[in-house]
Design a protein around this ligand. Structure first.
Ligand SMILES: NC(=O)C1=CN([C@@H]2O[C@H](COP(=O)(O)OP(=O)(O)OC[C@H]3O[C@@H](n4cnc5c(N)ncnc54)[C@H](OP(=O)(O)O)[C@@H]3O)[C@@H](O)[C@H]2O)C=CC1
Ligand SMILES: O=C1O[C@H](COP(=O)(O)O)[C@@H](O)[C@H](O)[C@H]1O
Length: 495
C-alpha cells in the first residue's frame, strides 16, 4: 500500500470515535498500513496533539475489536497522529491544514497521496470539497481520494446538485461513497455464493425462482436522531441505498471478470432494468408504515409520534415494503419484495430466495425450497429442502446449514477503509448507482410528500403493517421466517 496522509474531517465526532480510529488501529496492528503514514484529525475546538491522541487512544480501548498485547504498538500508532482546528467555512483553516500536511509529508517522507474522509454532516460536503481544491490541498503530485458518508442528497435533484459540486473538486474515480452494507461480510460474499457455485448459477433465474425477499428489520426506533430521521424516513434512510444495493448484488448477472468496472456495470444493469412505478401503481406496490406504541424489546415503547423530537402529526415512514420487477430475460416475472422498518419484532437482515414448486406435482404436500442468506446480526446460508423422515416416513423440511463461526472478522469500516486506501472502489456506491436509485425512488417520495398513499400504523414489536403481508398474499406468497408478533392482548396502553 502507498504511503499516504489520512485527513479526517469530523475527527472529534461519534463515527470517528466508534468506527474510524478502531478500524485504522486494527489495520495498523495487522500490518496493513504502510510503514509510514500520517493521520490528521480535525475538529472545531482548540486542542493539543497530546490531548487529541489521548481521545483516540480511549476510543480504541473502548471500541476496537482487537488490542495489541504490546503497549508500545499503541504508542507507535499514536506517533503518526496530529490534530488541527478547522471550521469547514474558514478558508484560513484550510491553509493551516495544508501546511501541517506538507510538514508531515516531509518529516515522514510521504509522497503527496492524500485521502480526505468527510465524517461530518452532509451539509458541509460541498464547502469542504471546494476548500480542499482552492487551498491547494487537492493539488497533489500523488493521488487524492474523497470518502463521504450517506446520505448523498435527499432526492434526485439535490443528489445531482451535490454530485455536480463535488465533481468540480474530485473526479468520479476519486470519490468513495460509503454504504456500510457493502462492508458487511455476507453482502461481500454474495458475489461468490452466486457465481462460484454452478448449482446456484444454474438456478438463478425466472425458470426456477418464484420470488426473492429482502428484509432489513430493526428493533431500534428513531433513538436520538429524530432531527435527521423525521426529515428522512425509511425510504431515504435505508431503502434508496442499502436495500437497493443488496438488490443489485443479488440480481446482477455474473460479470465476465471480477474487476470493479465489470461488477459495477452488472450492478448498474439491474437498476436500469427496474420497472419504474407509474403514479397510479405506487399504492399497489409500495406499503408505507409508521410504528405505533407497542412492545419493544421486553418493554412498552411509545409510538413514533411520541418520540422526543418527532412532530405529533408526522407522516414520516418508519417502514417500507415494496414489490419490484426487473425486466430482463433472467428475472421477468419474479417479484422482488423488499422491506425495512424500525421497532420491529426482530433485528435481522436477510435474503430469502423461494424456488418454484415441482412442475409435475408428484408430491403435492411439498414445501418450496428456500435459500436463506442471513446477513446481520447472524451470518449464515441455509438451504431448506424436503426430505423423508426415516422414523415415520413423512415428508418434512430439513435445513442444510452453514453458519459462519464467530470468527474475529474485520468490522465493515475496516474493510472499506482498507479498500479505499488501496484504491479498490468495488464495494463503494458509484454515482451511476446512486442516481439510478434516486430516479426509481423519486415518484414514491413525491407520492409520500403529497400524502397520496396510506400511512399504515403497526404496533412496535410486530412484523410491520398487515398491508405488507397482503401484498404478498395477492401473489400467492408470504414473507418467510417472520417470528410471531407480540400478542396484541399483551400490550399495555400507556397514559
Ligand atoms: N455516528 C454514526 O454511527 C454514523 C454516522 N454517519 C455519518 O457520518 C457523519 C458524521 O456523523 P457523526 O460522527 O455521528 O456526527 P457527530 O455529530 O458526532 O460529529 C460531527 C463532527 O463534525 C464536526 N463539525 C461540526 N461542524 C463543523 C464545521 N462547521 N466545520 C468542521 N467540522 C464540523 C464536529 O466537530 P466538533 O464537534 O469538534 O466541532 C464533529 O467532529 C454524518 O454524515 C453521519 O450521517 C453514518 C453512519 C453511521
Ligand atoms: O444507515 C443506517 O443503518 C442503520 C442500520 O444498520 P445495521 O448495520 O445495524 O443494519 C440504521 O439503524 C440507520 O437508521 C441508518 O441510517
Amino acid at each position: 500500500m502507498d504511503k499516504m496522509t489520512f485527513v479526517l474531517f469530523g475527527g472529534t465526532g461519534d463515527l470517528a470515535k466508534r468506527k474510524i480510529y478502531p478500524a485504522l488501529y486494527n489495520l495498523f496492528i495487522e500490518g496493513k498500513l504502510p510503514e509510514s503514514f500520517s493521520i490528521i484529525g480535525l475538529g472545531r475546538g482548540q486542542m493539543t496533539d497530546e490531548d487529541f491522541k489521548e481521545r483516540v487512544k480511549n476510543s480504541i480501548h473502548t471500541f476496537s475489536r482487537r488490542m495489541s498485547k504490546n503497549d508500545s504498538t499503541m504508542e507507535r500508532f499514536l506517533t503518526f497522529i496530529r490534530y488541527s482546528k478547522l471550521d469547514a467555512a474558514n478558508k484560513e483553516d484550510f491553509h493551516s491544514l495544508l501546511k501541517l500536511v506538507q510538514d508531515r509529508e516531509k518529516e515522514l517522507n510521504i509522497p503527496e497521496n492524500r485521502l480526505f474522509y468527510l465524517s461530518v454532516s452532509p451539509t458541509f460536503f460541498e464547502t469542504i470539497a471546494m476548500n480542499v481544491k482552492n487551498s491547494g490541498l487537492g493539488t497533489t503530485k500523488g493521488w487524492k481520494r474523497l470518502i463521504i458518508e450517506k446520505p448523498f442528497g435527499r432526492d434526485l435533484e439535490s443528489a445531482r446538485s451535490l454530485n455536480q459540486n463535488l465533481s468540480n473538486a474530485f473526479a468520479e474515480e476519486e470519490i468513495y461513497r460509503i454504504d456500510h452494507y457493502l462492508g458487511k461480510p455476507m453482502v461481500r460474499n454474495l458475489e461468490t455464493l452466486e457465481f462460484a457455485n454452478p448449482v446456484l448459477q444454474a438456478l438463478w433465474n425466472n425458470k426456477f425462482i418464484a420470488n426473492v425477499q429482502i428484509t432489513a428489520s430493526e428493533t431500534v426506533g428513531v433513538e436520538q436522531r429524530a432531527g435527521y430521521y423525521d426529515q428522512a424516513g425509511a425510504l431515504r434512510d435505508m431503502f434508496q441505498n442499502h436495500m437497493l444495493q443488496i438488490l443489485m448484488m443479488t440480481a446482477m448477472h455474473a460479470p465476465k471478470q471480477t474487476g470493479e468496472n465489470e461488477i459495477r456495470a452488472e450492478k448498474r444493469k439491474v437498476l436500469e432494468s427496474l420497472r419504474p412505478l407509474e403514479k397510479n401503481e405506487i399504492e399497489k406496490n409500495v406499503i408505507r408504515g409508521q410504528y405505533d406504541s407497542g412492545i419493544g424489546e421486553n418493554e412498552n415503547v411509545p409510538g413514533y409520534r411520541d418520540e422526543p423530537g418527532v412532530s405529533e402529526d408526522s407522516l414520516t415512514d418508519t417502514f417500507i415494503a415494496a414489490r419490484l420487477q426487473i425486466d430482463n430475460p433472467d428475472w421477468t416475472g419474479v417479484p422482488f419484495y423488499i422491506r425495512t422498518g424500525k421497532k420491529m419484532k426482530e433485528k435481522s437482515t436477510r435474503i430469502v430466495v423461494e424456488f418454484k414448486a415441482n412442475e409435475n406435482e408428484i408430491y403435492s404436500d411439498e414445501d418450496p425450497n428456500l435459500l436463506v442468506i442471513e446477513i446481520n446480526p447472524n451470518e449464515s446460508v441455509s438451504l431448506i429442502l424436503n426430505s423423508k423422515n426415516p422414523a415415520n416416513g413423512k415428508m418434512e423440511s430439513i435445513n442444510v446449514d452453514y453458519a459462519s463461526e464467530k470468527l474475529d472478522v474485520p468490522d465493515g469500516y475496516e474493510l472499506l477503509i482498507y479498500d479505499a486506501l488501496r484504491g479498490d472502489s468495488r464495494f463503494f456506491s458509484h454515482w451511476d448507482e446512486v442516481e439510478l436509485a434516486w430516479e426509481w425512488v423519486q415518484p414514491i417520495l413525491e407520492a409520500f410528500e403529497e400524502n397520496r398513499i396510506p400511512l399504515h400504523k403497526y404496533a412496535a414489536g410486530s412484523n410491520g403493517p398487515d398491508a405488507a403481508n397482503l401484498m404478498l398474499e395477492e401473489d400467492g406468497f408470504k414473507w418467510w421466517l417472520d417470528k410471531p408478533a407480540t400478542e396484541e392482548k399483551e400490550l399495555v396502553v400507556q397514559g
